[in-house]
Design a protein around this ligand. Sequence first.
Ligand SMILES: [Fe+2]
Length: 279
Amino acid sequence: MQLLKNSGLPIYLEKESNKLAFTAPLQLGSYGEKIVGQMLGLLAKEENLELSTKFYDVYRAIRYPDDEERLKRNRYQYDITYVMDGLVNGECKKTSGHYHGFNPQRTNTYPEVYEVIEGTALYVLQRAKNFESDPEGIIIEDVILTVVKAGQTIIIPPNYGHCSINIGDGPMIFSNLAYIPCPVIYDSVRYYHGMSYYVFKTDGEVKAELNQRYSNVPEPKFAVVKENERLGIKFGLPIYQSYQQNPGAFEFLGNPDAYVDEIMSMLEYKENLKDAIIG
Ligand SMILES: [Fe+2]
């Protein structure tokens, strides 16, 4: 049993079963698992698949009883996703990928906080406006492949669809702090069989490849992440604790309009993917 110390919570990893164990008084709302068979239609290559192989597990609504009321009032939820080790036809394991819905004013979609607890993640971020109504005519305006390492956190910027990819050598475990009323939209990603870039690993080298089903995708940018204490993001300070210490810092989750530029400025651009992985 290994303590997931970057979470700042009494959560243990049972390596043999690839399961997480939660210690009282910490509580877990629900648990769900995705197997390869449920990822069909989202993978780069779908031949010779072992359909029952585990892909990722999600542990939802994790909280201490003492924080329950405040989380409810803020309408936030803290979840953990465990993306399994290993490749599928050379492709790195990943989450399904989705867009977030717009705020009531329809000025921006909701952001979300992702904290990498174990392993190394690559987030495909793709900005599009017409992802809800018109998947066929979607216009991808920007693509940013962002590398986030254990102990680091990314705020998914408003208006960017996103998918979390395990590019490390073991499992990749991340938490998210999300605004509960935010709609989550999967259809447009499914229409294109995934996000605009697939990520493969060959002989230890990570490579991004354009998903040819999209047309007119801009050249990707590459990035790493920066801290922003005003928004509650301080590397080494677990997100759950940061929220407990200063819940007001996460106001941007439900009210993104005033924060878009600040969130974008937390990405630091690199020449290429290799440099982003080196950090
Ligand atoms: Fe999301």
